[in-house]
Design a protein around this ligand. Sequence first.
Ligand code: GLN
Length: 244
Amino acid sequence: MAEPARLRVCALYPDLMNIYADRGNLLMLERRCRWRGIGFELTAAGLGAPVDPGAHDLFYLGGGQDRDQRLCALDLVETKRDALHAAAARGALVLGVCGGYQLLGHRYALGDEEIPGIGLVDLETARSDGPRLIGNVAIEVQLDGGERRVLAGFENHAGRTHLGAGEAPLGRVLRGHGNTGSSGAEGVRRDGVIGTYLHGPLLPKNAWFADWLIRRATGAGELEPLDDRLEDAAHAEARRAAGA
Ligand code: GLN
């Protein structure tokens, strides 16, 4: 008999990398699983904790202030990098938001200082002397050749993220700044590794994307539809705020 579907999530530094209450993304995944009878297991991995690459379907890293990001980056490189590479190689999802997204790349440069990343994707970020890129944002996303959909959220970052030539963005900026403020690209996606600047938090404003992650991470086929009137209203409001 097939095992009942379950989503096993590993939250990396949930206390430190939680700017804009990004842990709301985890709550969203949990509720949408439980409402459908899909099991949900959450493990936190903080500073110094090793992670088991085979024990989780989705690794999640939220946003953080430069100070907390620095602390987590050093630990990430030292105690978790190899496991995250192994997890991504076996098809687990890795989702990074804002500061977490930046750490998926090679480095985050702040003037003379360099915060190391784990190099899961070919990108680098540099803090600019220019204005912070702040505001509501909407991007158009097409996942696996499917329907074009909109992700809406809020961004606030000093870093400008440049993708290597072989990398694809998560989406195309409709409104807002995205990776650099001028490239028209937002986020990154390489197979199961996804990074984005969208807070909001991301998933409560974009229930369709939460469901895409659940389907992909659990291998569940079609998901039972839910009463999404509130979620749809949150999405519509986020799009309206961004002007998209
Ligand atoms: N510290 C990073 C920056 O300012 C990320 C901030 C965030 O996660 N909101 O670019």
